[in-house]
Design a protein around this ligand. Structure first.
Ligand SMILES: Nc1ncnc2c1ncn2[C@@H]1O[C@H](COP(=O)(O)OP(=O)(O)OP(=O)(O)O)[C@@H](O)[C@H]1O
Ligand SMILES: [Mg+2]
Length: 165
């Protein structure tokens, strides 16, 4: 069934490369202060999407899963940094309060894996992406915009991905 909600966009990927390309299109639109939340099961493709996202945003740093270090940072020549948080191992939102998400958002955009673990401390305005396994190399992703900034970001992503709808 097609998604008719103007604040949502559904995309189906048939390969890791296609997921990275979608990430690149999204990354190219990101600005300082933007927050992208990636939810979905283990292996859904969150880190794969971030690989494209960092590249599209303009960083050549390599993207790895921050599961053990919690936060990775990818730099861009203009001095801004994209922060990549993985909250999988966080037990409570109290732990997340020590992270100073607002400070990271002052240095560039931010992307989070397992945001539902720390939902109570993340800003309300965000682009939420639900990723799901649908088969071997088949993944579904549902983008939902919260707040005006992300509504316009999603409009632009829709235009660039599908030439408008
Ligand atoms: N269409 C696809 N999009 C993304 N990844 C895919 C796709 N098809 C197969 N894969 C594979 O699925 C795996 C996705 O792993 P990835 O680390 O991106 O998942 P994750 O959601 O970050 O998991 P985790 O919750 O463990 O961090 C990779 O091995 C990737 O090659
Ligand atoms: Mg991951």
């Amino acid at each position: 069934m097609p998604i008719l909600d103007p604040h949502a966009l559904e995309f189906f990927s048939r390969s890791p490369e296609q997921t990275r390309r979608m990430g690149m299109r999204l990354g190219a639109l990101l600005q300082k202060g933007d927050l992208i939340c990636l939810s979905g099961d283990l292996g859904a493709g969150k880190t794969t999407l971030v690989q494209g996202l960092a590249r599209g945003w303009g960083s050549l740093d390599s993207v790895t899963s921050p599961t053990f270090v919690l936060v990775n940072m990818y730099r861009r020549p203009d001095g801004l940094a994209l922060h990549h948080l993985d909250a999988y191992r966080m037990d409570s939102p109290a732990e997340a309060e020590d992270l100073d998400i607002d400070l990271m958002l002052e240095k560039g955009p931010m992307v989070m894996e397992w945001p539902e673990r720390i939902q109570s401390v993340i800003p309300m305005d965000r682009l939420w992406v639900n990723m799901r396994y649908m088969g071997d190399e088949h993944r579904g992703m549902l983008f939902t915009a919260h707040g005006v900034r992300f509504e316009s970001l999603l409009d632009e992503l829709r235009r660039r991905s599908f030439g408008g709808l």
